[in-house]
Design a protein around this ligand. Structure first.
Ligand code: LMR
Length: 334
């Protein structure tokens, strides 16, 4: 096409060549937590680096705090292409039909971040992300949050202290079974509804890493918290496959770099963010923070680890065994 006819065509479409060249590719990145959390901060970091590295060709719009979509809706929105990027908790992939993600919910399966990274930074993690392809989704990275504490309005020292309590959980069958193992009554609920449910007594307690508890002010409506570190909560950053595959190759490469940097950043700040949040919770004086003794923690471990075996049929024995091997976890030695 000759240059003048191309210009004529653009003007006929109501676009000046300048405006046509300037239209950025928009990535809507929706999430459910506060900006001042490991995930919230990493999303902002990604926005900054993606816009810098693409020289403004990409614009990232971050929507925190369930502002745009709640848990269940955001998954649907991604598949429909209404948003392009999410970072749901690994506990929220079951309803999508990818049950393997719930392996991360198994209580006590990781002894700390170092154990966890053997999985998320290795071939097992890559294999789990790959399972999303068939759902029209690409898994780009794992982002850390941290290890969960329990909260309630009565003291928590032993598993029996949570017996018959209604505890809010994420939409994971493993978490349901975990709560049943201690005699509690699991209540699946969107994250955006948890604070009010705790405040009004619809539920008696919950579990989450400290950064989520603190930024949602859950500690203001809970009298007790036990730092049990009984399970992990982290994220998979995911994109709509059609959108991602349709990006110009150079732009996709730049976004891959931005994602690598953001992942390093997320995983570097997660522990400290959670430690700072625990400090904040303690200083608030609104909830009493209890750190269980080694024996008390072992009592939780003994009743909760049998959940691994119970959930074998759902998650796959091979996957659980592969993780045991990687982290040298031996359920018979408790
Ligand atoms: C929750 O629902 O408790 C968490 O998944 C929220 C989050 O995204 O960290």
């Amino acid at each position: 096409m000759k240059l003048h006819s191309m210009l004529f065509g653009l003007i006929a479409l109501g676009l000046t060549p300048f405006a046509a060249a300037q239209q950025p590719i928009v990535i809507k990145f929706s999430h459910v937590v506060a900006t001042e959390t490991p995930k919230g901060k990493a999303a902002e970091f990604f926005k900054k680096r993606a816009e810098e590295l693409t020289g403004g060709k990409v614009k990232v719009e971050v929507y925190p705090n369930s502002q745009l979509y709640k848990d269940k809706e955001e998954m649907e929105a991604l598949q429909l292409g209404a948003v392009q990027m999410l970072a749901p908790s690994l506990a929220k992939f079951g309803p999508l039909g990818v049950k393997e993600f719930e392996v991360f919910d198994l209580p006590f399966i990781f002894d700390g971040y170092a154990d966890l990274h053997k999985v998320t930074k290795g071939p097992i993690g890559a294999g789990i992300l790959k399972k999303l392809d068939s759902k029209g989704i690409i898994g780009l990275a794992f982002w850390d949050n941290g290890f969960k504490s329990f909260s309630a309005n009565t003291p928590i020292r032993t598993p029996a202290d949570l017996k018959a309590k209604k505890l809010r959980i994420q939409s994971s069958k493993v978490l349901e079974e975990q709560m049943r193992s201690i005699g509690a009554l699991p209540q699946v609920m969107a994250f955006s509804e948890a604070y009010q449910a705790l405040q009004t007594g619809v539920v008696d307690g919950t579990e989450n890493p400290h950064s989520n508890m603190y930024t949602q002010k859950m500690h203001e409506v809970q009298k007790h918290m036990a730092v049990t570190d009984h399970g992990y909560l982290g994220y998979a950053v995911i994109v709509n496959k059609k959108f991602w595959d349709g990006l110009p190759a150079d732009v996709r490469g730049q976004l891959d770099t931005a994602m690598k940097e953001s992942t390093e950043y997320a995983n570097q700040i997660a522990r400290e963010e959670n430690d700072n949040s625990l400090d904040g919770i303690r200083k608030s004086g609104k909830t009493q923070v209890y750190v269980p003794t080694a024996d008390e923690r072992l009592a939780f471990k003994r009743v909760m680890v049998p959940v691994h075996k119970k959930m074998e049929g759902r998650i796959g024995r091979e996957l659980i065994d592969a993780i045991y091997k990687e982290t040298a976890f031996d359920p018979s030695k408790l």
